[in-house]
Design a protein around this ligand. Structure first.
Ligand code: C2E
Ligand code: MG
Ligand code: MG
Length: 730
């Protein structure tokens, strides 16, 4: 287009003046007298000044619109350019010839279309131009233009008062890109996402993951609100400015419930404020957590609460009962000889037995009584609503009865007994730990007294338990430090007064407490398994010492039933005899009735094998235990030792005399030697001798002495019938 500088200037000025509503006019108003006086020249000068002023205003306006970040354009009623700013020209990248006052927008559009500036117009140019021009005269409607280089321009055009058009152009390329990436992120996200309106919470958009997860189609979703998905109304509106996830339960199209953690953020969707919700399904995780919690609080075998949960439940119960001043009984039930079931019938049956016991206990209890499994063979029962200790005793008795009935397991009829320890709050403690501990102490008492019973906690049990623990620790040290010693107490032939042998009795010289009695530490050794070491040590020492004594003097060694359990007793005795050089016939082994309680064929086999070696077997403390004659029949004992409790008041008590007499005649009938233990007086000796008792042992003859004193004692032997025998008595 040829340049026409003069022509182009003029319409522009007119247009500006029109646009500005002739602002310069008042500035050139002249008074009548001045007009008259100055004439034409002055008027021209004034007009020039006014023009200069108008130009200045125009420049100022130009400057102002040029710094706008948006493109701006003014068209007249015929769609001709009047004014545009720099940004506008830059946006369309058109030369200044194209944008010149008087040129129609339609012309520049045509040039643009011909150049391919509008990709949407390609192939349908005329149609597109018509549509574009239509938009121009339907002001107030915004539309977007995509340019060939990918930029997106938002076009906003409005009518001016004089029929012209003021148009704004905003480059929204970046916004569009952001929107596109958001859409991509939203649509292809594997996490279900929903956009809902802020306020009415209507669902505006959902991604594929959400439609799949919920089972609603997009159109179904759009009829819902985010609130209508909830299983329970939280009453809290979604604002989208929550920092942490909200946990919630939603209902799916098929009615199933899901647990969710919902993250939400506010955003503008379209051009309205909205909330973006990312919905993380936590149903599985919650289920797994619930399973884990259950496992952490329950015993896997019986499904009963474990010690952890018991503690929590007890704390709750104690808190409640403390307020009501109620009593709570804690019963700890231990199965008697459960290990034997496992050992003989196998763990499979052992497990079934435990389950059976758990079930039976549960069926005996009220719903609000707590039952838990504490460890392998111990259960705890928390009985609330107790008004007197007898309530707990009554329950304990019923439980013991129920447990004792046989269980039919895989074709075996299994019988198991139990013992119960009871502690009652608040007297025996008002905290779960303490009550359990005290019930446990009471259980130990019940087990020690005689199994199959129950026992209440008593003050002092705790102190005794502590002493016991101390003994255990020190005994272990004593055994390992070889501090235990055998002392020997003579056995005397009552007819001749000669020493026939000595019983080895273990002695523990304690650095602080002096000599500790075996009656105190043997039970501890048996409980802790140290008895095998103690027993082995005593056997070795006794055989080695006795090998140095005269040939006709034997040695008696006590055996604990537990030494038979290890299964190596026969080998131990054989080895010891061999190493010490002591002939088997000079060794006597003392056992008690408790060993025969189990009537195990293994025990009897071991006893027979020992006897076959030539070792003699004595029944110790006869009369104190079950004194069952069947035990005497089950094994051919060489000796029966009458317990000292019958010898004690032999002279004065006719009943004791009758018992001793019958044991002696029984022994004679069986051809067994009878020894009386605990002989302390001459009167007792005389009495025993009259009854025909073979042997005596007791303080009258001598207390147990260290080996060093035995030789001297033997030298003076042979005169027990004379009072001189008393010389040996300590
Ligand atoms: P026990 O085998 O019946 O031993 C006899 C106990 O009676 C010994 O007690 C002995 O000192 C005591 N005694 C003896 N004569 C009299 C008397 O005239 N009057 C009184 N009042 N008591 C008398 P000790 O030495 O305290 O042993 C107690 C129990 O400990 C033993 O009873 C035995 O069952 C056990 N014991 C001792 N040493 C061993 C051992 O090496 N192994 C095992 N397993 N048990 C042992
Ligand atoms: Mg003994
Ligand atoms: Mg005895």
């Amino acid at each position: 287009m040829p340049k026409k500088p003069r022509k182009t200037r003029k319409p522009k000025q007119t247009a500006i003046v029109r646009f500005l509503g002739r602002p310069a006019k008042p500035a050139v108003k002249l008074s009548a007298s001045r007009r008259h006086a100055t004439g034409e020249a002055a008027r021209i000068a004034e007009l020039k000044a006014a023009l200069a002023e108008a130009r200045k205003s125009h420049e100022r306006l130009r400057e102002a619109i040029d710094i706008l970040p948006q493109g701006m354009v003014l068209l007249d009623a015929e769609g001709r350019y009047i004014l545009w700013n720099k940004k506008y020209a830059e946006m369309y990248r058109r030369s200044s010839e194209l944008f010149s006052p008087g040129v129609r927008l339609e012309d520049t559009i045509r040039v643009g279309v011909a150049r391919g500036d509008y990709p949407e117009a390609i192939g349908r140019e005329e149609e597109w131009i018509a549509e574009r021009l239509k938009k121009l005269y339907q002001p107030g409607e915004r539309h977007e233009q995509t340019l060939a280089d990918g930029r997106v321009i938002l076009v906003d055009e409005r009518l001016t008062e004089d029929g012209g058009i003021i148009g704004l152009r905003v480059d929204i390329t970046e916004l569009k890109q952001r929107e596109a990436s958001f859409r991509l992120l939203f649509e292809s996200n594997p996490v279900p996402m929903i956009v809902c309106a802020l306020g009415d919470e209507r669902i505006l958009a959902v991604n594929d993951a959400a439609t799949q997860h919920y089972g609603y189609s997009r159109s179904e979703f759009e009829k819902l609100t985010i609130r209508s998905l909830q299983a329970f109304d939280a009453g809290l509106p979604w604002t989208g400015d929550e920092r942490a996830a909200r946990t919630w339960k939603h209902v799916r199209a098929d009615g199933t419930l899901i647990d969710l953690a919902i993250y939400s953020r506010q955003l503008v969707y379209g051009d309205r404020p909205a909330i973006l919700l990312a919905l993380m399904d936590t149903t599985e995780r919650k289920r797994a957590e619930a399973r884990l919690t259950f496992m952490a609080q329950h015993d896997g075998l019986t499904g009963l609460p474990n010690r952890n949960l018991l503690g929590q439940q007890m704390d709750d119960i104690l808190l409640r009962t403390r307020r009501n001043a109620e009593q709570v009984a804690v019963l700890v039930l231990g199965l008697d000889h459960f290990k034997a079931v496992n050992d003989t019938l196998g763990h499979g049956i052992g497990d079934k037995l435990l389950r059976g016991v758990g079930k039976r206990l549960r069926s005996m209890l009220r719903d609000d009584d707590v039952l838990a499994r504490l460890n392998s063979d111990e259960f705890a029962i928390v009985q609330s609503g107790v008004t007197r200790p007898e309530d707990a005793a009554f329950l304990a008795r019923r439980l013991l009865d129920a447990i004792g009935d046989p269980y039919l397991l895989d074709g075996h009829s299994v019988v198991i007994g139990a013992s119960i320890g009871i502690a009652v709050s608040p007297g025996d403690g008002d905290e779960s730990e303490k009550l359990l501990k005290n019930a446990d102490l009471a259980l130990s008492r019940a087990k020690n007294d005689s199994r199959g019973t129950f026992s209440f906690f008593e003050a002092g049990m705790d102190a005794r338990a502590q002493t016991r623990r101390k003994i255990e620790i020190e005994l272990r040290e004593a055994v390992h430090g070889d501090a235990l010693r055998p002392y020997y107490q003579p056995l005397v032939d009552l007819a001749s007064g000669r020493i026939t042998g000595f019983e080895a009795l273990v002695r523990w010289p304690h650095p602080e407490r002096g000599m500790i009695s075996p009656a105190e530490f043997i039970p501890v050794a048996e409980e802790t398994g140290l008895i095998n070491a103690v027993g082995g040590l005593m056997l070795r020492r006794a055989c080695t010492d006795a090998a140095q004594w005269p040939d006709d003097v034997h040695v008696a060694v006590n055996l604990s039933p537990l030494q038979f359990r290890l299964g190596n007793l026969l080998a131990l005795v054989t080895d010891t005899l061999k190493q010490s050089g002591l002939p088997a016939k000079r060794l006597e082994l003392e056992i008690t009735e408790t060993l025969l309680l189990e009537k195990s064929s293994e025990v009897l086999a071991t006893l027979h094998a020992l006897r076959a070696l030539g070792v003699r077997i004595s029944m110790d403390d006869f009369g104190t235990g079950y004194s069952s004659l069947s035990y005497l029949r089950s094994f051919p004992f060489d000796k029966i030792k009458i317990d000292q409790s019958f010898v004690r008041d032999l002279a004065a008590n006719p009943d004791a005399q009758a018992i001793v007499r019958s044991i002696i005649s029984l022994g004679k009938g069986l051809g067994v030697t009878i020894t009386a233990e605990g002989v302390e007086t001459e009167a007792e000796v005389n009495c025993l001798r009259n009854e025909g008792c073979h042997e005596g042992q007791g303080f009258l003859f001598s207390r147990a002495r260290p080996n060093a004193e035995i030789v001297g004692m033997l030298k003076t032997q042979g005169n027990w019938n004379s009072p001189a025998g008393a010389a040996l008595v300590a």
